[in-house]
Write a protein that binds this ligand. Structure first.
Ligand code: FES
Length: 580
C-alpha cells in the first residue's frame, strides 16, 4: 500500500467556522479570542483538537493535562492551533457497574465532539483500559486525521524485593490470603507498593495491550506504547505527536487510510506476541466495525494461532512494562514478527509510510524480557477461539495465561447463576466442588451484568486453594482483566442473558474443554439441550431509562465487539449547518 499525500495548501474544514468576514465567522473567532489567542492563529492553519480523557476519577489518566501541554507545544511548533477538549473518562478501577458499560458512550462523546467542533485533526490522549478503544472508535467514525498518544504505564511496583504487577499481584495476594499463606496485614502493606507513580497498569494488562494495539494498528508513533508515564521521553513522545498531527492534516492522512484489514491482522499477531489481554478481541472487533473492515473472531484464531508469545511480562511472564521499555518496547516485537514473516510490512501508519520502515533497524536490548522467537515463552500465544454446542457464537481463551495440564479437560459443572450467587456460595465449605470440576458462571455478558464484568477469572474455593491448587477450568460469558490469568473460557456467545446455551447448564452436567481442537462441549443429549432452551426465560431485568436502558436495548454480543447497533460504521466529518 502506498499513501499519496494531498496537495497543500488548501482550505481546511475549520475555515468553515473561522475563515471569512460574515457575522458567523466573527462570532466563532471572537469568542475563541477570549482565551487570548492572536488573530493570525485563525489564518487557515490546521486546527488540532486535543481530545483529553483526563480525570481524577480515572487515576491512570490523571497526568494527562501535563501531556496535553506537551502535545500543544508540538502543534504550535509545527504551525497548527491546538484546542484541548474533555470527553467522558472511563476509569477501570472505580467506575460502576463496569467501565465497559460506558465504553460506547465515551466513543459516542468522542465522535460527536470531534464532528461538531471546528477542528481539522485530533490527538487522542488516552491511558486506562477503555479510553483507548473509545477514542479510536469515535475517531474512526468521523475519519478526520487522528493520532493516539498514550499516558504510559506506572513504574514497577516493589514489595519486599519482589515486583508487584498491577492487578496480577492483587489477584495472587487475595488468593494467598484465602489459602492462609499471606496475612491480611501484609496484604494491606502491599497495597501501598502497587501503584507508585502516575500511569496505567504496569503489567501487560488491557491498558498496555490497547496502547500496543494502537501502535501495531499504526495509529500512534512508533515506540509510543511502553514509555513509562513519568519518563521524560513520554513528554517527548507527546511533543512529537503534536508535530506529526499537523503534517497529517496537511497530507490528509486519515484513520481509513491506516485502519485496513492488514493493520488489524498486524495487531492480532502483535497481541499474540505480547501475550496481550483478551479484552483486545472485543475492542478490535468494535474498532473494525467503525471503519467497515470485515474482522471476525475467526480472524483472531487464524492470525494468532501460530504466533509465539515472546514478551516476558506479567500476567503471562515475569517482568513489567518498565523493563519492556528498557528492552526496546513494541518496535522490537513488531520487528521480530516482520523477520518471521508474520507482518504486513507495508501497512501504513501515522508516519505516512509502512510499519516496517519504523522498526527495521531497532535492536533488542534484553533477550530475557523480549525473547527471541526460538526461545519463546509459549509457541502458541494468540487467542484460542473455541466453538461447540456451549458456545455456537464462539468463546475465547488465552493459552499463554492458562495451565497446560487443563487444556484438554472433562469435568463436572458447578454452576453459579450470576456473580452474586458465586459470591454467596464460593466460600461455603459444604459446596460440592474439587479441582476436577468446571466452574460455570452465567449472566455476566454485555447485557447480563450489564457491561460485561471482568469476573471471568472467578477465584477458586478456599478448600481447593488450601490443597495448593491454583487453577481450575472456569467458563462464563464475562470478560477477564488483562492482568488476570488461569484456564478461563470467556466471552461465551450468545451470552446467557440472551438465551445462549450457557443459560441452561446445570450443576452436575459434564463439560469438555479441548483447546488444541478449539472445542467447548456440554455433554448432554441434543434433545435435552433443546428442551432446556425452549423452557428458558430471561431473569435479566430491563433497566428503566437513561444510558443503562439504551445500552441494554442496543448493545451487541461480545463476538462482534459489543458495540451499539446504531453506532457501527463511519458517519464522516461533514460540517453541520450553522444555527447562529
Ligand atoms: Fe487503569 Fe489498569 S486500572 S490501566
Amino acid at each position: 500500500m502506498t499513501f499519496v499525500p494531498a496537495k497543500w495548501p488548501r482550505k481546511l474544514r475549520s475555515q468553515t467556522w473561522f475563515g471569512g468576514t460574515t457575522k458567523d465567522n466573527i462570532y466563532h473567532r471572537s469568542w475563541m479570542k477570549n482565551q487570548g489567542l492572536p488573530a493570525d492563529l485563525f489564518d487557515g492553519r490546521p486546527v488540532i483538537g486535543i481530545c483529553n480523557t483526563w480525570s481524577q476519577m480515572t487515576p491512570c489518566n490523571a497526568h494527562l493535562r501535563d501531556l496535553a501541554e506537551r502535545v500543544a507545544h508540538g502543534i504550535y511548533e509545527a504551525g497548527g492551533l491546538p484546542l484541548e477538549f474533555p470527553v467522558f473518562s472511563t476509569g477501570e478501577s472505580a467506575l460502576r457497574p463496569t467501565a465497559m458499560m460506558f465504553r460506547n458512550l465515551a466513543a459516542m462523546d468522542v465522535e460527536e465532539a470531534i464532528r461538531g467542533n471546528p477542528m481539522d485533526g485530533v490527538v487522542l490522549l488516552a491511558g486506562c483500559d477503555k479510553t483507548t478503544p473509545a477514542c479510536l472508535m469515535g475517531a474512526a467514525s468521523v475519519d478526520l486525521p487522528a493520532i493516539v498518544v498514550s499516558g504510559g504505564p506506572m513504574l514497577n511496583g516493589w514489595f519486599r524485593g519482589e515486583r508487584v504487577g498491577s492487578g496480577t499481584a492483587l489477584w495472587q495476594m487475595s488468593e494467598a490470603v484465602k489459602a492462609g499463606t499471606m496475612s491480611k496485614e501484609d496484604f494491606l502493606e502491599a497495597e501501598a507498593a502497587m501503584s507508585r507513580s502516575p500511569g496505567s497498569c504496569n503489567t501487560m494488562g488491557t491498558a498496555s495491550t490497547m496502547a500496543s494495539m494502537a501502535e501495531a494498528l499504526g495509529m500512534a508513533l512508533s515506540g509510543n506504547a511502553a514509555i513509562p508515564a513519568v519518563d521524560s521521553r513520554r513528554r517527548v513522545m507527546a511533543h512529537l505527536t503534536g508535530r506529526r498531527i499537523v503534517q497529517m492534516v496537511k497530507d490528509d492522512l486519515k484513520p481509513s487510510n491506516i485502519l485496513t484489514k492488514q493493520a488489524f491482522e498486524n495487531a492480532i499477531r502483535t497481541n499474540g506476541a505480547i501475550g496481550g489481554s483478551t479484552n483486545a478481541v472485543i475492542h478490535l472487533l468494535a474498532i473494525a466495525g467503525r471503519v467497515g473492515v470485515d474482522l471476525t473472531l475467526d480472524d483472531w484464531d487464524r492470525c494468532g494461532r501460530d504466533v509465539p508469545t515472546i514478551v516476558n511480562l506479567m500476567p503471562s511472564g515475569k517482568y513489567l512494562m518498565e523493563e519492556f521499555f528498557y528492552a526496546g518496547g513494541l518496535p522490537v516485537v513488531i520487528k521480530a514478527l516482520g523477520d518471521a514473516g508474520k507482518l504486513h510490512r507495508d501497512a501504513i501508519t501515522v508516519s505516512g509510510s509502512g510499519i516496517w520502515d519504523e522498526v527495521k533497524d531497532v535492536r533488542n536490548w534484553n533477550e530475557d524480557v523480549i525473547r527471541p522467537i526460538s526461545d519463546a515463552l509459549t509457541d502458541h500465544g494468540g487467542i484460542a477461539v473455541l466453538r461447540g454446542n456451549l458456545a455456537p457464537g464462539g468463546a475465547v481463551l488465552k493459552p499463554s495465561a492458562a495451565s497446560e495440564h487443563l487444556m484438554v479437560h472433562r469435568g463436572r459443572a458447578v454452576v453459579f447463576e450470576d456473580i452474586d450467587d458465586y459470591k454467596a456460595r464460593i466460600n461455603d465449605e459444604a459446596l460440592e466442588i474439587d479441582e476436577t470440576c468446571v466452574m460455570v458462571m452465567k449472566n455476566c455478558g454485555p447485557r447480563g451484568y450489564p457491561g460485561m464484568a471482568e469476573v471471568g477469572n472467578m477465584g477458586l474455593p478456599p478448600k481447593v486453594l488450601r490443597k495448593g491448587i491454583t487453577d481450575m477450568v472456569r467458563i462464563s460469558d464475562a470478560r477477564m482483566s488483562g492482568t488476570a490469568y488461569g484456564t478461563v473460557v470467556l466471552h461465551t456467545s450468545p451470552e446467557a442473558a440472551r438465551g445462549g446455551p450457557l443459560a441452561v447448564v446445570q450443576t452436575g452436567d459434564m463439560i469438555e474443554l479441548d483447546v488444541p481442537n478449539r472445542r467447548i462441549h456440554l455433554d448432554i443429549p441434543e434433545a435435552e439441550l433443546l428442551a432446556r432452551l425452549a423452557a428458558w426465560r430471561t431473569a435479566t431485568e430491563r433497566p428503566s431509562g437513561g444510558w443503562a436502558q439504551l445500552y441494554h436495548d442496543h448493545v451487541e454480543g461480545a463476538d462482534t465487539g459489543a458495540d451499539m447497533d446504531f453506532l457501527k460504521g463511519c458517519r464522516g466529518n461533514a460540517v453541520g449547518r450553522d444555527s447562529h
